[in-house]
Write a protein that binds this ligand. Structure first.
Ligand code: SF4
Ligand code: SF4
Length: 139
Protein backbone atom coordinates (compact mmCIF):
# COMPACT_ATOMS: atom_id res chain seq x y z
CA UNK A 1 0.00 0.00 0.00
CA UNK A 2 1.29 3.45 -0.92
CA UNK A 3 1.78 5.66 2.12
CA UNK A 4 0.34 9.15 1.53
CA UNK A 5 2.69 12.10 1.77
CA UNK A 6 2.55 14.03 5.05
CA UNK A 7 -0.21 16.66 5.14
CA UNK A 8 1.63 20.00 5.13
CA UNK A 9 0.92 22.75 7.63
CA UNK A 10 2.99 25.29 5.68
CA UNK A 11 4.68 25.53 2.28
CA UNK A 12 8.22 25.14 3.62
CA UNK A 13 10.30 23.08 1.17
CA UNK A 14 7.36 22.35 -1.15
CA UNK A 15 6.41 24.92 -3.78
CA UNK A 16 5.09 22.37 -6.25
CA UNK A 17 1.82 24.22 -6.88
CA UNK A 18 3.87 27.19 -8.17
CA UNK A 19 5.96 25.11 -10.53
CA UNK A 20 3.45 25.08 -13.38
CA UNK A 21 1.89 28.53 -13.16
CA UNK A 22 3.94 30.31 -15.85
CA UNK A 23 3.00 34.01 -16.07
CA UNK A 24 0.11 33.86 -13.61
CA UNK A 25 0.90 37.22 -11.89
CA UNK A 26 0.89 39.00 -15.28
CA UNK A 27 -2.40 37.39 -16.23
CA UNK A 28 -3.93 38.29 -12.89
CA UNK A 29 -2.67 41.77 -12.03
CA UNK A 30 -3.01 43.18 -15.55
CA UNK A 31 -6.52 41.85 -16.09
CA UNK A 32 -9.99 42.90 -14.92
CA UNK A 33 -9.69 40.19 -12.24
CA UNK A 34 -7.43 42.51 -10.26
CA UNK A 35 -10.08 45.25 -10.22
CA UNK A 36 -11.93 43.15 -7.60
CA UNK A 37 -8.82 42.88 -5.45
CA UNK A 38 -8.71 45.28 -2.47
CA UNK A 39 -4.88 45.18 -2.42
CA UNK A 40 -2.96 47.86 -4.32
CA UNK A 41 -0.03 46.33 -6.16
CA UNK A 42 3.14 48.43 -5.58
CA UNK A 43 4.05 50.57 -8.59
CA UNK A 44 7.42 48.88 -9.16
CA UNK A 45 5.85 45.42 -9.29
CA UNK A 46 3.15 46.64 -11.69
CA UNK A 47 5.77 48.26 -13.94
CA UNK A 48 7.74 45.03 -13.93
CA UNK A 49 4.68 42.99 -14.91
CA UNK A 50 3.80 45.48 -17.65
CA UNK A 51 7.34 45.24 -19.04
CA UNK A 52 7.11 41.44 -18.95
CA UNK A 53 3.81 41.52 -20.82
CA UNK A 54 5.39 43.60 -23.62
CA UNK A 55 8.36 41.23 -23.70
CA UNK A 56 6.16 38.15 -23.84
CA UNK A 57 3.92 39.68 -26.54
CA UNK A 58 7.02 40.24 -28.67
CA UNK A 59 8.98 37.06 -27.93
CA UNK A 60 6.41 34.53 -26.76
CA UNK A 61 4.82 33.67 -23.45
CA UNK A 62 6.31 31.10 -21.04
CA UNK A 63 5.56 27.55 -22.18
CA UNK A 64 2.79 25.58 -20.52
CA UNK A 65 4.00 23.97 -17.33
CA UNK A 66 6.89 26.37 -16.68
CA UNK A 67 7.42 27.61 -13.15
CA UNK A 68 5.65 30.80 -12.12
CA UNK A 69 7.66 33.93 -12.85
CA UNK A 70 7.49 34.86 -9.12
CA UNK A 71 8.64 31.45 -7.94
CA UNK A 72 12.10 31.24 -6.39
CA UNK A 73 13.50 27.80 -7.24
CA UNK A 74 16.18 28.00 -4.56
CA UNK A 75 13.92 28.77 -1.58
CA UNK A 76 10.84 27.09 -3.14
CA UNK A 77 8.82 30.16 -2.19
CA UNK A 78 6.92 33.00 -3.82
CA UNK A 79 9.13 36.08 -4.13
CA UNK A 80 6.13 38.41 -3.73
CA UNK A 81 3.95 36.38 -1.41
CA UNK A 82 1.84 39.31 -0.05
CA UNK A 83 0.89 40.10 -3.65
CA UNK A 84 0.18 36.59 -4.87
CA UNK A 85 -2.98 36.38 -7.01
CA UNK A 86 -6.24 35.56 -5.28
CA UNK A 87 -6.23 32.04 -6.73
CA UNK A 88 -2.95 31.42 -4.88
CA UNK A 89 -4.42 32.85 -1.67
CA UNK A 90 -7.41 30.55 -2.02
CA UNK A 91 -5.23 27.45 -2.45
CA UNK A 92 -5.41 26.15 1.11
CA UNK A 93 -2.25 24.57 2.51
CA UNK A 94 -3.08 20.97 3.39
CA UNK A 95 -6.44 21.17 1.57
CA UNK A 96 -7.62 18.61 -0.96
CA UNK A 97 -6.13 20.46 -3.99
CA UNK A 98 -2.84 20.96 -2.19
CA UNK A 99 -2.66 17.24 -1.29
CA UNK A 100 -3.62 16.22 -4.86
CA UNK A 101 -0.89 18.41 -6.42
CA UNK A 102 1.65 17.10 -3.94
CA UNK A 103 0.78 13.50 -4.82
CA UNK A 104 1.23 14.39 -8.52
CA UNK A 105 4.75 15.58 -7.65
CA UNK A 106 5.43 12.73 -5.27
CA UNK A 107 8.91 11.73 -6.55
CA UNK A 108 10.30 15.30 -6.33
CA UNK A 109 8.76 15.83 -2.89
CA UNK A 110 10.12 12.55 -1.52
CA UNK A 111 13.55 13.53 -2.84
CA UNK A 112 13.25 16.95 -1.15
CA UNK A 113 12.12 15.38 2.15
CA UNK A 114 15.09 12.96 2.03
CA UNK A 115 17.47 15.84 1.25
CA UNK A 116 16.05 17.94 4.12
CA UNK A 117 16.52 15.00 6.55
CA UNK A 118 20.08 14.50 5.28
CA UNK A 119 20.84 18.22 5.69
CA UNK A 120 19.47 18.18 9.25
CA UNK A 121 21.53 15.10 10.19
CA UNK A 122 24.76 16.41 8.65
CA UNK A 123 27.24 17.81 11.19
CA UNK A 124 27.53 21.56 10.85
CA UNK A 125 30.87 23.31 10.89
CA UNK A 126 31.41 24.94 14.26
CA UNK A 127 32.33 28.59 14.74
CA UNK A 128 35.87 29.52 13.66
CA UNK A 129 38.39 28.75 16.40
CA UNK A 130 40.10 31.76 17.98
CA UNK A 131 43.70 32.40 16.93
CA UNK A 132 45.11 31.22 20.30
CA UNK A 133 43.40 27.83 19.91
CA UNK A 134 46.40 26.02 18.34
CA UNK A 135 47.35 22.45 18.88
CA UNK A 136 50.47 21.81 20.92
CA UNK A 137 52.14 20.10 17.93
CA UNK A 138 51.79 23.36 15.96
CA UNK A 139 49.14 22.12 13.48
S1 SF4 B 1 1.22 22.29 -2.77
FE1 SF4 B 1 0.41 22.94 -0.79
S2 SF4 B 1 2.17 22.88 0.61
FE2 SF4 B 1 2.96 22.83 -1.49
S3 SF4 B 1 3.41 24.99 -1.95
FE3 SF4 B 1 1.33 24.54 -2.69
S4 SF4 B 1 -0.03 25.12 -0.99
FE4 SF4 B 1 2.04 24.96 -0.18
S1 SF4 C 1 2.28 34.06 -7.62
FE1 SF4 C 1 3.49 33.22 -6.01
S2 SF4 C 1 2.14 31.83 -4.92
FE2 SF4 C 1 1.21 32.23 -6.92
S3 SF4 C 1 1.95 30.61 -8.27
FE3 SF4 C 1 3.34 32.34 -8.48
S4 SF4 C 1 4.99 31.91 -7.04
FE4 SF4 C 1 3.23 30.63 -6.48
Amino acid sequence: MRVPLPIPTDCEGCGVCCEGQEALPVGYWLSPLAAEDPRKLPADLRANLEALRVLYDCHGWPAAGEACIWYDRRTKKCRHHPWRPSVCQDFAVGGSDCRRVREMHRPELLARIRQARYDLARPRPGPPRPAWHHRRDGR
